[in-house]
Design a protein around this ligand. Sequence first.
Ligand code: AHR
Length: 493
Amino acid sequence: VFAAGQVSISIDAGKPGPVINKNVYGQFAEHLGTGVYEGMWVGPKSNIPNTRGWRNDVVGALKELHVPLVRWPGGCFADTYHWRDGIGPQDTRPSNVHGSNVEAINAVGTHEFFDLIDMLGADAYINGNVGTGSVQEMSDWVEYMTSDGGSPLARLRAQNGREKPFKVAYFGIGNELWGCGGNMKPDYYANLYSNYEHFLRAPEKARPKMIASGGSGFDTAWTQALSKELKGRTIGITVHQYTVPTGNWDVKGKDLGFKEGEWISTLANTMKMDQLVKDHVAVLDKNDPEKKIGLMIDEWGTWYDEEGRSALFQQNSLRDALVAALNFHIFHQHAERVPLTTIAQMVNVLQAMILTDKEKMVLTPTYYAFQMYVPFQDAKSLPLAIKDNTSYTLGAVTIPGVSASAARAKDGKVYLSLVNTDPSKAVDVAVDVAGTKVKGAAGKVLTSAAMDAHNTFQNPQAIKPAAFSAGAAGGKLSIKVPAKAVMVVALEE
Ligand code: AHR
């Protein structure tokens, strides 16, 4: 029996659900703004400490996140990217201007990207160019990366310094075909996809898992057409869903200095991800009852009005950490159908982990959310029920006060994550685990006095996680979750 006013959470550790694929914690690194150049790549001759051109500080920080997967080179950039521009001696590579008027110097090409991937210990998710490329060009790229010898392209790769094939775990055939990828219709792209996929040459054992580029937001027409037409030819269909505070793309809302109205609207808008996943999964369940096709949310996160420093640069505050955690909970909930997501993006672009300014680097609240949730990578999700949840209301908007998720991690421990969406009121949570007497819990909490608490180059430690522990009585945990907080604790059983 819990005290009045408490939220009750029951976890059933005896009935583990599907594994939360570590690739749910994937990242997206696009040649956009200062996302790659400056943010991650400074070149081997830079005064900023680097390893073969990649910033040591940024790579070191990313390693702490156990980044499982990186999507590259775009996005819309991929729709105009020609891979041959990015191989061979760096000083002979052409520079060219892409869709978003970003000059690409091509210093980072296939070999450099795989160097980063190796340093991070991550898998590669390469996105091919359908928009302005050709079947032959894409087929050649896959062959160049994966072929193990006996082919002119494998010899070219060796000449460029890499004898052994690269491991391409995932390959995306096009990006946003409904928009920057070519303004196509789903049925037309379904045929194109079949054509491209048919000619992608790779040794059988090294064949990347092929991903089809799907729709935007709640538009399920793409999921419908692709899941019907591409059975056996794709392991996933993508969907892109961004969180815009105002819901209006013309005036999206500011990254900092927002009022409580945009705090709640941002969280309410991000929680729509749950319905979005349900809508797409309903289509998949109809067309793919064998569950061979996953929903890959390979662009998600907040999108605010631009700060102006570089394309799509925005600050990142405590609000972004809550957005990340609320989405993690939704992805965990749908672990069976959502095996991969990549947040947009890794550094200096949209909801980034890291911001850089010349030699300086700051870790964002989103970075800390990803770090706190590392134990959920490849953990077994556990059924969790919330009773007597609080709600948080402002004006006409009401959202649940507490969001939670639990899993048994690879280290054998049960982890519980909690979000309190209310910016002013702490909440008491009582937690019981069926069949177990819990002795206590310890972990981290991320919160602050201000809704837009953030780190700057002058004050890089303004917000970071603090240690947290909670006691138990009679086998039940009692946790006070501060206002506007993200918390992850390991239970002591
Ligand atoms: O992530 C930024 C851009 O958003 C990507 O290039 C594109 O795919 C999407 O529209």
